[in-house]
Design a protein around this ligand. Sequence first.
Ligand SMILES: [Mg+2]
Length: 299
Amino acid sequence: MKYLLMYNPVSGRSKFKKKIKQIKRFFDKRNLEIDIYESKKAGDLELKAQHHAKDYDVFLVAGGDGTISEVVNGMMKSEIRPSLAILPCGTANDIAAILGVPRWLWLALRMYMKHEPVLMDINQMNDRYFVYTAASGVLSRISYDVSRRKIKKYGYLAYVFEAMRDFVKEYNYPCHIECDGKVLETDCMMILGLSSNRVGGMRLINFSKSKLNDGLFEIRVFTSRRRFRRFRLASSFIRGGKKLREDFHLVGKHFKIETDDNILWNADGEAAEKGNIEIRTIEKALSVYVSPRRKRKQF
Ligand SMILES: [Mg+2]
């Protein structure tokens, strides 16, 4: 087995660099080959992942959702793909949480030694790949609008402050959605697509009973038709993403969404496309390491 450890030295607040020596020792002790790659600038990890996908059995990626998303985009552009193992150490670690990866580095590494990876779906928004979320409207910009400086200072709270500020803004835009032959047309304040039941550090247990390997993606359209709509949206989140009567929930393989040109889309926490988009799910595209518990529940 040949491993490549990839990390972004400016990811989140973590001091990952200090742990590299210990990780190297962990692998040496088990006679496993490991190379180490540190990114210098945005886009480095994607290129490295794409061009070296065929040279390794496992990509060990240390970072948060942004780092993982970058690596996945690179891997998906290669025909041959190694398995993905995550060492969570960003500010936002939704993907690691979805896969049940322990926060404690040594527990995560031990999990990777003991269990086999499984195949997971990967989604596509126009030409870009994403793992677990696509969103527009209220709250969808905070994951990338908060400055690094504020994250360093306040950590997760920086996102909470920004969410409160965004929440009072007016969001109301039209959408026309085609999903596997069905059509929906409405005005909305938020469109939230998830492949699992977690976003922004929240567990939305009533969002859906989705699986990570069923080739399907799920989209909730939060309409803007009723009074007190912000209050109603908040109440839905508080109740674990429970669907409200006026909202729509779509499940499918392929979504075509038409909306205003200035509508911004978030993919895995990063600013992605503007205006009309298509979302596709590529069934069982990537082999990933997951905890046995999440494997039972989500696969
Ligand atoms: Mg699914």
